[in-house]
Design a protein around this ligand. Structure first.
Ligand code: COA
Length: 160
């Protein structure tokens, strides 16, 4: 891997966020397969609006975040992941900032996502840092974990 520039907090400083990332779909599917062990990215890609963000370091896919509207008020972040070699360098924060920015511009008032705290603890920690709160939860026997719905009002500035 090419040498990456990191700032004093070990964050990558040269991260590019792409919107409308269909051109990176194959690389995203590959990352999705390796991280989640499933072929399914999300059930449908024909949502309107669909927000499909990818983060790139030195031209390499570092992470993705994809979501769609649940209704006119609520946007749902359906799936996100960071390439293992790029973790704990702020990639997920950058993608969360971009999704919050874009959903506010689109006029949504709330952002939600589901997570599985035992399986993916990081996503829950990020949520709390961003001011998300637990909306509801239930036991999901398919995952052997609680499925937790996180929700946060959309307003400037981003809370971290
Ligand atoms: C969760 C995930 C997306 C985080 O991506 P990331 O790019 O490493 O996250 P960031 O570097 O932006 O982390 C931001 C903050 O979140 C928290 N965080 C991130 N990963 C964490 C972990 N594994 N455990 C605890 N806290 C974590 C930290 O507070 C971190 O800030 P810090 O590094 O200053 O301490 C990544 O670990 C991943 O892809 N995991 C597997 C897939 C997954 O969980 N997807 C979400 C399913 S709901």
């Amino acid at each position: 891997m090419a040498q990456l520039v990191a700032d004093e907090k070990n964050r990558f400083t040269d991260v590019k966020v792409h919107r409308d990332s269909m051109t990176h779909l194959d690389a995203v599917r590959d990352l999705n397969r390796r991280v989640f062990g499933e072929e399914r990215l999300i059930n449908r890609m024909d949502h309107d609006p669909l927000i499909f963000l990818t983060a790139h370091c030195n031209g390499q896919l570092a992470g993705f975040k994809i979501g769609y509207a649940l209704n006119r008020r609520v946007f749902y972040s359906a799936k996100s992941a960071t390439e293992p070699a790029f973790r704990r360098r702020g990639i997920s924060r950058i993608l969360m900032d971009a999704m919050i920015h874009d959903t506010i511009l689109l006029g949504f008032q709330e952002l939600q996502y589901d997570t599985f705290p035992a399986l993916y603890p990081g996503m829950m920690v990020i949520g709390f840092k961003y001011g998300f709160r637990i909306r509801c939860l239930h036991w999901n026997p398919d995952y052997g974990d609680f499925q937790v719905r996180m929700a946060r009002e959309l307003q400037w500035p981003v809370i971290k």
